[in-house]
Design a binder for this molecule. Structure first.
Ligand code: SAH
Ligand code: SF4
Ligand code: F3S
Length: 440
């Protein structure tokens, strides 16, 4: 073990990745240094997700794996943070007594205080505030920023989709003040950041709880910040995407033309049971509006297969709807029962085998559509923001288009992460576009 070092192992969504960065910044402010190998770290945090059972199982495995590290070296501080910490609290310590602490989702600003307490007394600690216990405190932003950063604009969710655990572990919607977000973005731009991704479970309702600002206004103000090339955001709820937001994006210079609008299902009966607050007709109308205002934009979605009561007919409607909308890509999930949510108590849970078959069918269909859509980009010249060498070959670089497509090309120039570059697409595939960079 190396003294005063830390490692945060992160699971789950971008909000968790952002929280991990902010917890890291706090640890650095009291003299800790980040290292890659968790086996050497003095403070090990597992930032957890509980959105599906599969995520939880993986995390339990990891926490178990850490047991012998703690046994070998009791000076190691082992903590669980994030959504599972908020959900299970004390029970986690009981189940896994080798843990030193459990820290809830809206207490992460208190991490340093907790570490100091542990150092003084070395007793097991649980620090949870009720998930809806008032506005989140401002949390320290990461100090060292790369060319691309996460920027949380709001926490929590008020939607209570009947399958989803997030509102229970993240609490009610709380927007950060507009000025705090703008200031942070300006600071990043000064440091050379080129891309920011705004984060929230439902970014379209940004500002509603503070009634002083709206998501449209926030986007418009961010678009004016000098130096920022790309502004992304996630996730948009289809019910709340306003005409004003579409207009701001249409006339903006830097807001990406990628819409991630999780539809979840294509049967109105299931959408109602999910409490999504829209119908296939209103969703279709929204997509038509977006596509006519912003031609060439891309559209992606999340889908849940096997929600309780899903019949063959419902599934057929889902397939038809996805074929009709033609998404660029879809993230498809098997419905996972989350205790405490209304759907967990619903009758007619779909057998796992049926869910799996349906999911496979949907993925095969979607892959075909994604490939067809990408095929239309053959020969086109697209502007990408450079991300750096690809994972498998350092001579092949990767970047993203404004529509969030991954592009690969052989590096022959001086491009570096954060640069804009034009690439001619020569070999479109299902998940990536391969091409040649145009160096002028
Ligand atoms: N707030 C975002 C994302 C929430 S979680 C949104 O509403 O889009 C990301 C995705 O996980 C959801 O879009 C949904 O498709 C999926 N998901 C959430 N709960 C789930 C569950 N119980 N089983 C399977 N998938 C789930
Ligand atoms: Fe979950 Fe629905 Fe909120 Fe998304 S909008 S986090 S799916 S409750
Ligand atoms: Fe998972 Fe929590 Fe995100 S449950 S998906 S880490 S908000």
């Amino acid at each position: 073990m190396i003294s005063n070092t830390y490692k945060i192992i992160t699971y789950g969504c971008q909000m968790n990745e952002s929280d991990s960065e902010r917890m890291g910044a706090q640890l650095e402010s009291i003299g800790y240094r980040k290292i890659e190998d968790f086996k050497e770290a003095q403070v090990i945090l597992i930032n957890t997700c509980c959105v599906r059972e599969s995520a939880e199982n993986k995390i339990f495995g990891k926490i178990g794996e850490l047991k012998h590290i703690k046994q070998q070296n009791p000076a190691v501080i082992l903590g669980v943070t994030g959504c599972m910490a908020q959900k299970d609290g004390e029970a986690l310590l009981k189940k896994m007594p080798h843990l030193d602490f459990v820290l809830g989702t809206n207490k992460i600003h208190d991490l340093c205080g907790l570490i100091n307490k542990l150092k003084a007394k070395r007793k097991h600690l649980v620090d949870l505030a009720p998930a809806d216990g008032g506005p989140m405190e401002e949390v320290m932003p990461p100090k060292s920023s790369s060319w691309s950063v996460w920027l949380p604009i709001m926490y929590g969710c008020n939607n209570f989709c009947t399958y989803c655990i997030v509102p229970y572990v993240r609490g009610r919607e709380h927007s950060r003040p507009l000025e705090a977000i703008l200031q942070e973005a300006q600071q990043y731009a000064k440091q050379g950041v080129k891309e920011i991704t705004l984060l929230g479970q439902n970014v379209n309702s940004y500002g509603k709880d503070i009634s002083k600002s709206s998501f449209a206004e926030l986007l418009a103000r961010l678009d004016e910040i000098k130096g920022l090339e790309r502004i992304r955001y996630m996730t948009s709820h289809p019910r709340d995407l306003s005409d004003e937001v579409i207009k701001v994006i249409k006339y903006s210079k830097h807001i990406c033309t990628h819409f991630h609008l999780p539809v979840q299902h294509g049967s109105d009966r299931i959408l109602k049971a999910m409490n999504r607050g829209y119908t296939t007709a209103s969703y279709r109308h929204l997509i038509e509006k977006i596509r006519s205002e912003i031609p060439g934009c891309s559209l992606t979605t999340d889908i849940i297969v096997g929600f309780p009561g899903e019949t063959e007919d419902d599934f057929q409607m889902l397939e038809d709807f996805m074929r009709e909308i033609r998404y660029d890509a879809a993230y498809t999930f098997l419905y996972s029962k989350r205790s405490g949510t209304p759907a967990a108590k619903m009758e007619n849970q779909v057998p796992q085998e049926v869910k799996k078959q349906r999911l496979q069918k949907l993925m095969d269909m979607q892959n075909e559509i994604s490939l067809q859509i990408n095929e239309d980009l053959r020969g086109k010249i697209l502007e990408v923001i450079v991300e750096g060498p690809s994972r498998t070959d350092e001579n092949v670089y990767t970047g993203r288009t404004a529509t969030n497509k991954i592009v690969l090309w052989p590096k022959r120039g001086t491009e570096k992460a954060g640069d804009l570059l034009r690439v001619k697409i020569e070999q479109p595939q299902t998940w990536v576009l391969k091409g040649e960079a145009l160096y002028e």
